[in-house]
Structures are given as C-alpha cells and as structure tokens.
Ligand binder design. Structure first.
Ligand code: KG4
Ligand code: ZN
Length: 336
C-alpha cells in the first residue's frame, strides 16, 4: 500500500510517500523559518498562505524524484490537528481533494501520533508496544503509555508551557533566532551552566506532570538582576543553565515514569527530541538500567510528512478512512 502523507500543521510544508512493504519511499520538507524570522515566531495567516503556494509544487517534486505517478497512490493521509487552523485546512483540503479525485481513501492523522511513530522510520529494532513515550515538542510535553499504536494513556503532561515553547521564549529573551531550541542549544554548549542558579520545576513532587513557564520567568529575573543586556558569555551561561534544568527535569521524570510503568522501552518523540544534551543524558540513564531507547532520526524529530504517511498507512491498513466529510482540529488530544 503506497500512501501519500501531507503535513501543514505549523510552519513546515511537508509531503512524503510511505510504502507498507518498502518503507519510506521519499519525503520533502519546505521550512517557512525565513518567512517568520522577523516576527520571532510563527504568524498563522502567513503560514497558511505559504502552505497554499508550496504544497502542490512540493508534491510534484516528490512524485518526480521518486518516479511515482499519482495514480499509483493507494491512500492519502493528512495532518488534521492539532495545529494552526488555517494551516491545517490547507493540507486537509488538498489531501481530501486529491483522494477524492483519485478515488482512493483519505485518513485524518493526529500530528502527535505522527511524532510517536517516527522511530519506526529508522532501522530495526523498533519499539514494541506497550512502551513509554516522552513527547516533547513546541506544543506538547507529555509522558504517554502506548498500549498499541492508536491506544494511548497520558501519564503526565505540562501544566503550562510546552518545553519547546519554553526554549523558543528563552531564545527570544536572549535575542536569538527562531526556532529557539537549536539556537539555545548551540550557545549552551559554550556556557557555564553553574553561573546562574535555575530551579528544577516539579521534580521534587510526585507524579509525572511538568512545568516550564517558571524557567522562562526565571530567565527574565536573571536578566533584570543583571541590569544590562546580557553579553555573549552571560547569554551562553543562561542558555546552559536553562538547558541543564530542562534536561534534569525531563530525565528525572523519565526515570520516575519508567519506575511507575516498569517499562523497558522509552521512545523520545517531537522536536525537542533533537536536543543533543537530552539525548546524551538519556543515553547515560539507559546505561545504568535495562532500558532500550528509541530516538527518531534527527530529521524526523521535527515536523515532517514521513511520520504522517506512516501513521496514515497503519490506520488505512486497519481499514480506517473517512469518505468525504473532513475536519481540521486545532486542539485534538490523543485518544486515551
Ligand atoms: O515537533 P516540532 O517540530 O513541532 C511541534 O509539533 O511543535 O517541535 C518544534 C519545537 C520548537 O519549539 C523547537 O524550538 C524545538 O522543537 N526544538 C529544539 C531543538 N530542535 C527543535 N529544542 C531544543 N533543542 C533542539 N535541538
Ligand atoms: Zn510537531
């Protein structure tokens, strides 16, 4: 079964072809970063307008480079949420119309499920449900018990900002570019993480809930106390202290989640899963206990359509599809 995946939930226009036998056939991502750079964040109206311009040319490029004719498609999967409503509607409309025109089934994919299946795009071995997942992206920070693909239990989640959002906000406070996560990570490498003290929010409390907005407020207080715009060394120290606090919390809570669930497999999904400091610390954790870690390839941590095509393929294989009516859901939690 050859499935086209379309992802337009935020600031990446992406298309991919996934074959149930061959695996990933090809994928393309067009990032709108430069479009939003001057605004320090994604402007929803601009994002939607740009997806309209980019999706079909990107699809044409993908089909040509993979030497696939659109008539060979057996199904179309598109991200239906969560995300920016205008942006989602572009992918949903194009996906639905294509499927309708070609007479193949279409399936609405939850973007979070896409992130969760991203490790299955890598080499074997793959995680085997039930497993524990830490989903850390720009919009979500959750511990998820994956009983099966499609059957989820949320064990804990952020009470305020998502961790990627906190990275982005701290980057803005430090005058760094967007998206902030990679920028903060880059300067954190040269910084003295001990120069400024950072709290470890909720780490001393039971349970698996998380909180990151306090760390952002802490950065505001540090800058206020300095009384001047931080110089390069101070910025690096703030970035390093912030990143170390985030990683301490995520690793500490992951350990607790592993103990609570007795899980021996942990999947790290979402854009913040690309953070090398987090990967390093989790790898160390896995060396101290019976634990198999599954990180998606770096390119499949952040938004892409390969994960959407794969998630859609799994659902289409189960016979799931929607005939004609379609929906885009800015808020769409994973079904519990
Ligand atoms: O999963 P994703 O591409 O989009 C959402 O579904 O939200 O995640 C994007 C988030 C952004 O907040 C970005 O700053 C963060 O992931 N991110 C990182 C890194 N790369 C991306 N955060 C920390 N370190 C990174 N290397
Ligand atoms: Zn995402």
């Amino acid at each position: 079964m050859l499935v086209l995946g379309i992802e337009t939930s935020c600031d990446e226009t992406a298309v991919a072809l996934y074959d149930s036998v061959q695996g990933l056939v090809g994928h393309e991502v067009y990032s709108q970063i430069s479009l939003h750079a001057n605004y320090g964040g994604v402007v929803p109206e601009l994002a939607a307008r740009d997806h309209i311009c980019k999706t079909l040319p990107l699809l044409k490029k993908l089909l040509e480079s993979c030497e696939v004719d659109k008539k060979d498609l057996d199904g179309v999967a598109y991200t239906a949420g969560p995300g920016l409503i205008g942006a989602l509607l572009v992918g949903a409309s194009i996906g639905r119309s294509l499927a309708w025109g070609l007479g193949v089934p279409a399936v609405a994919v939850n973007h979070l499920e896409g992130h969760l299946v991203a490790p299955f795009l890598g080499e074997l071995p793959h995680p085997r449900p039930p497993f524990l997942a830490l989903l850390v992206s720009g919009g979500h920070s959750q511990f998820i018990w994956v009983k099966a693909i499609g059957e989820y239990e949320i064990l804990g989640e952020t009470l305020d900002d998502a961790v990627g959002e906190a990275f982005d906000k701290v980057a803005k406070l430090l005058g760094l570019g967007y998206p902030g996560g990679p920028e903060v990570a880059k300067i954190a490498d040269q910084g003295d993480a001990k120069r400024f003290h950072f709290p470890r929010p909720l780490l001393d409390r039971p349970g698996l809930d998380l909180s990151f907005s306090g760390l952002k407020s802490h950065v505001i207080r540090i800058i206020d106390r300095l009384g001047h715009t931080p110089d390069a060394e101070e910025k690096a120290a703030i970035a390093a202290g912030f990143q170390e606090a985030v990683v301490d919390v995520l690793v500490g809570k992951s350990l607790r989640a592993l103990e609570l669930t007795n899980a021996t497999e942990l999947v790290i999904a979402g854009g913040v899963g690309a953070n090398l400091a987090l990967r390093q610390r989790l790898t160390e954790l896995a060396e101290s206990r019976p634990l198999a870690l599954f990180f998606p390839k770096l390119q499949f941590c952040t938004d892409n359509a390969a994960m959407i095509a794969l998630a859609g393929c799994l659902r289409l294989q189960k016979g799931e599809s929607q005939l004609s009516a379609f929906d885009a859901l800015p808020r769409w939690e994973l079904l519990v």
